[in-house]
Design a protein around this ligand. Sequence first.
Ligand code: TEU
Ligand code: CA
Length: 584
Amino acid sequence: STPNPWWANAVVYQVYPRSFQDTNGDGYGDIPGVTRRLDYLADLGVDVIWLSPVYRSPQDDNGYDISDYRRVDPMFGTLGDLDELVAQAHRRGIRVVMDLVVNHTSDEHAWFRASRDRAGGREDWYWWRPARPGHEPGTPGAEPNRWGSYFGGSAWQYDPKRGEYYLHQFSRKQPDLNWENPAVRRAVYDMMNWWMDRGIDGFRMDVIVLISKRVDDQGRLPGEEGAALEDGPVGEEGYSSPAPFCMDGPRLDEFLKEMRHAVFDGRQGYLTVGEAPGATAQRDAMITDPANGELDMLFLFSQTTIDTGASKWQIRPFEVTRLKRAMAEQQEAVKEAGWASLYFNNHDQPRVVSRWGDTSTEELRVRSAKALGLVLHMHRGTPYIYQGEELGMTNAGFTRLDQYRDLESINLYHQRVDEAHAQDADSMMQALAYMSRDNARTPMQWDSTKYAGFTASYAPKEPWLAVNPNHETINVEAEERDDDSVLAFYRRLIELRHTDPVVAAGRWDLLDADDPHVYAFTRTLDPGPGAKPGPEAAKAEEAAPSGRLLVVANLSSGSARLPAQTAGLLGVDASGMTAMGTGD
Ligand code: TEU
Ligand code: CA
């Protein structure tokens, strides 16, 4: 195996700037707010900040719709504010990774505006297609194929100016870039180099596995008139899925290698992590194998889909065994080469303590948050913390549709309930309460004041999304005073990754895979025959003489017995454990 790169024992903290800290009272978090809270992050001990998009954007999808990659949106501040944030972070030994959204741009980006012209030189920068022959352009059924957008409606939008349709896998304000066009790729790499030269430390790449589309030898998409490829089956909402044709497409490896050369060759100390819905653990191993020169890490979706059905709105009960299986798949796949990212939460996922923990009492919430944090952070890989996860922040608790702001939640409610009758209103509201992205996006809870310290109590504007009422008890200030808080526990988790070589590098072995309550595994760092003696081995001996760590967490709400393998390893009889035991 390869020597560990710098990020192998690093912990990444995701900041969703819109919800982190507002400094000018407009109800939106901003870049000076992140800078203001850097000491908090330095105290927590994180090594890297991943900043969700702050580029110029109409904010149709909270900044994941970019209209100018080289400007900062005024709602977040200025380019100068961003330079200052990066400089201040670096001063504290924290690296800054920016979000890179290049599967699509905003429909207000200059590239797209030029592309609406059939002769402007940018005509092939997006996926333009004519209406289905024999159909009036712009009328229902005239779309090039049956694909549905992930955010509702057709994935095709008619543009009367151009007289054609453009593809958008996400909202109609997020047209997909045509990566088949080398000029598009060059423009993206130029922009990336511009940011790297400015001093940032890498990129988290939004839906990067969607950039290569499966086309036939005439360049036609599936289902398009005369295309050799069949469109997929139409589902209950009236659309087919673009996923089989756009996820992990045929030229993905080629594009990623090209990007690596064009942007990262000769650079050092950076990090690249690609968001990879639909990618398998085997593909993860290939793409993150340093020998292949693609990406450092991927965010797989295997663990985030264990409790949903065909659609993310069909909720099924959480099963510990499924979580273990999903995590194990990735751990096994990258054990020889490649590297795992470890996450339960981000700005698209509900709060893990509400999702898989027990929040029925305050005591169980705290234990759940610790148990889930322990399990995640003790795996082999690079852990990601999403703002507020370190406090055990919970889901939003919204009960009415008008409390939501997320376009996915709102559009899909209308599509599934009002249009397709795929789900009744009550069950959809329950599904939103469980899965909506807005659960992750309520303002960061700093203190117990009216707006949780996210914005001043006397601010002229309310926070853009309601503050969770439980901020009166769950907040940074309260948890900093309490040595047994979730926050204190996260500090120790981060410290362990930095100080214990077994945590950073040890082999991972699952125990008792089929036990429905207890999540247990070992981490082992044995020199083995033929291992080189050296500073690494000496350090390992010093920090953990046995070179072995046993992690045991009861993830059920009741008490559980130590399962056979775990008990055997401890040399004890299976005995009772407390609910959501933290294992520490
Ligand atoms: O998300 C892509 C993605 O696959 C999903 O997580 C998606 O957000 C949704 O939950 C599907 O049900 C990325 C970003 O993380 C997300 O915030 C953006 O909205 C999306 O891409 C489009 O840029
Ligand atoms: Ca603000």
